[in-house]
Write a protein that binds this ligand. Structure first.
Ligand code: SF4
Length: 137
């Protein structure tokens, strides 16, 4: 793993390499918002009608995924490496993890994520405000 850089984005003080802990899919109090187009894509991926998908997997508001056991996302799979059972069509919020705008403004949330996600580490070579170089290695 030495020399591993991980993904970076401008304005975020960390680099990220997914360790497949599944922790980001089981945050107490968290939820996964699903746009209508995303719900349709997931339903198609699962071979279900949109109505059946909504009934089985969405909360009553029709906008958030239901929880599985223990605050876990209903699509989180266990195993030596945790996985998402709808990975190819997972919602945008999941694809963007951990590069969420709120992690740029909410210090307490960033601290929580640093404690719970083993894939985050500091970017010692990038000072705050320095221009980013996407794709740099
Ligand atoms: S949809 Fe997949 S990636 Fe998103 S929280 Fe659920 S298990 Fe995790």
């Amino acid at each position: 793993m030495s020399g591993e850089v991980g993904d970076t984005r401008a304005g975020f003080p960390f680099a990220f390499t997914c360790r497949r802990s599944g922790n980001c899919c089981a945050i107490p109090g968290g939820f996964v918002r699903v746009a209508a187009s995303e719900a349709a894509a997931i339903a198609a991926h699962l071979g279900m009608s949109e109505a059946a998908f909504q009934s089985r997997y969405l909360q009553a508001d029709g906008e958030r995924l239901k929880e599985g056991l223990g605050h876990r996302c209903v699509f989180l799979q266990d195993g030596r490496s945790a996985g998402c059972s709808i990975y190819p069509v997972r919602p945008a919020k999941c694809r963007d993890w951990p590069f969420w705008p709120e992690l740029q403004t909410d210090a307490a949330l960033l601290q929580f994520v640093r404690r719970t996600c083993p894939g985050l580490r500091d970017r010692p070579s990038t000072s705050a405000g320095a221009p980013d170089r996407p794709g740099a290695t």
